[in-house]
Unconditional design. Structure first.
Length: 284
């Protein structure tokens, strides 16, 4: 386990078995996000993105909660008289929760337990995948104190789920659990709390069987084509396909064809081809 490279007060980082765990660590505040936490998470995610020991990054929270959203006292009230610091905090908060996660080089998974409230929906939707405890509590509660889901929360939720669901939970502010989050497509699946970490690790292991180059290009392409028309998507995907083959250390295209057509050693419908230097993969 690697800890020495990552020393923070509001964030805990662990690296084990190829998974980098970026953990919001203000358990006494249900991991409500202060400016200092935002600065530390931005730094931690930048380092994890280029850490050679890390293949998949999991974003979660310590002490039984994902995050109760922004720390209203530290992020808002205490910065009202300090516009420069408030602008910095907003910039960094948006950067790690959206720009950085949305375009991340490695696959990311949000592991949600306990409370996921308000501003925490940004990193939830910013991650490529999400797994929740079935008893987790999700809430877009802004309407209950007279405001709307700000920053990019309204946008990312509206993009993630069907319009009727987005309107319902944003306009009523009603909480919902992990099972409902799965039903409306906000998370990939929900499991009992005691099985949550194991389910996340299993998903991470599956992702690690794919070629990094191909996985990176695929996840980025699937995100970006959503905002393109058909002609733009056709051209973009053609160029993205070419880019996968450039400087690919696994020579994935030719290696996969050889194993499938010539060696008959795998079935692409069910599994990935065997990576070079990985004799244990695919049961080999």
């Amino acid at each position: 386990m690697t800890k020495s490279k990552y020393q923070y007060e509001n964030v805990k980082v662990e690296v084990r078995n190829g998974i980098g765990w970026a953990i919001l660590n203000r358990p006494d505040k249900r991991n409500a996000m202060s400016p200092e936490l935002h600065y530390e998470m931005d730094d931690a995610l930048e380092r994890l993105e280029f850490d050679p020991e890390v293949k998949v990054v999991v974003v979660t929270g310590a002490g039984g909660n994902f995050s109760a959203g922004q720390d209203l006292k530290k992020f808002f009230r205490e910065l009202d008289s300090n516009p420069a610091e408030r602008k910095k905090a907003r910039t960094i908060a948006n950067r790690w929760r959206w720009e950085r996660l949305y375009n991340y080089e490695k696959p990311t998974i949000a592991m949600v337990h306990g409370y996921c409230v308000g501003g925490a929906f940004m990193q939830l939707c910013g991650c490529d995948f999400a797994v929740a405890a079935d008893n987790a509590t999700f809430s877009l509660s802004e309407i209950n104190w007279g405001i709307l889901p700000g920053s990019l929360v309204g946008k990312v939720v509206a993009d993630a789920i069907l319009p009727r669901h987005a309107l319902y939970y944003a306009c009523l502010g009603e909480p919902f659990d992990g099972k409902e989050a799965e039903r409306i497509g906000l998370v990939n699946f929900a499991v009992p709390l005691e099985k949550l970490e194991a389910a996340v690790e299993e998903l991470a292991r599956k992702l690690m069987t794919k070629t990094p180059n191909g996985l990176r290009a695929t996840k980025q392409a699937m995100r970006h084509v959503k905002t393109m028309d058909t002609a733009q998507a056709y051209d973009y995907l053609a160029e993205k396909s070419k880019a996968i083959k450039v400087a690919d250390p696994e020579d994935s295209y030719n290696t996969g064809l050889k194993q499938f057509l010539d060696e008959k050693s795998y079935k692409p419908t069910y599994d990935s081809f065997q990576l070079k230097g990985d004799p244990g993969k695919n049961g080999a």
